[in-house]
Design a protein around this ligand. Structure first.
Ligand code: IMP
Length: 191
């Protein structure tokens, strides 16, 4: 019996505006995959994805890369529950499975907002002595940046809006939307 007091998101109508369409995402992933393929052509690359938000991006990007890759997954938490503000606290929920020492590593991230999460991850991963460490971010939201992050591969720069879809969530929902959309403000703004 479904508890009617719990309102599940009405995914499409909760989106105020589609910011990036499925087709735009597909084209951009192909473009990024092509750049990564030529930049790492002489070697191979280890893709380190940051769960859960980067899951669809990672799955699509790795198939757009034409050279040998290995992958690893980390999970970190920066936001607690259904909130849109970063806490600045980063917790590692799942660490790397294999050593990255001496490897060319590319971090695959869904979105860079304040930059606090990646700033922490960069320091953490540098400490594991990879041969090189670069960043590929699908979305860059520079308006709220608190620490400078060197983004080597950038998908889209977006305005200061809270977005969901293609892996990005609000309170763990909306990740399965195939496009990236702006969440209606009244759903997260308190009066
Ligand atoms: P940062 O540490 O502020 O750069 O935040 C990075 C993380 O915050 C991302 O990996 C997302 O999980 C989350 N985040 C930041 N902005 C958004 C957004 O607009 N929608 C959904 N999640 C977001």
């Amino acid at each position: 019996m479904v508890d009617q007091r719990v309102r599940l998101p009405d995914m499409r109508t909760d989106v105020a505006q589609v910011l990036i369409t499925e087709e735009q995402i597909r084209d951009k992933v192909a473009e990024l995959g092509g750049q990564i393929t030529s930049d790492y052509a002489a070697t191979s690359v280890t893709l380190v994805s940051v769960l859960k938000g980067s899951l669809p991006f990672m799955a699509d990007l790795m198939r757009a890369i034409q050279i040998p890759v290995t992958i690893d997954l980390m999970e970190v938490s920066s936001y607690g529950g259904a909130t849109t503000e970063t806490s600045g606290l980063v917790r590692i929920l799942k660490d790397l499975s294999s050593s990255i020492a001496g490897k060319d590593v590319l971090i695959v991230e869904d979105i860079i907002d304040t930059g606090l999460t990646l700033n922490y991850l960069l320091r953490y991963l540098r400490g594991k002595n990879p041969r090189s460490l670069r960043i590929c971010a699908l979305l860059d939201k520079p308006a709220r940046r608190l620490v400078e992050i060197p983004i080597d591969y950038r998908g889209f720069q977006i305005p200061d809006e809270f977005v969901v879809g293609y892996g990005l969530d609000f309170g763990e929902y909306y990740r399965n939307l195939p496009f990236i959309g702006v969440l209606r403000r009244e759903l997260y703004e308190t009066t």
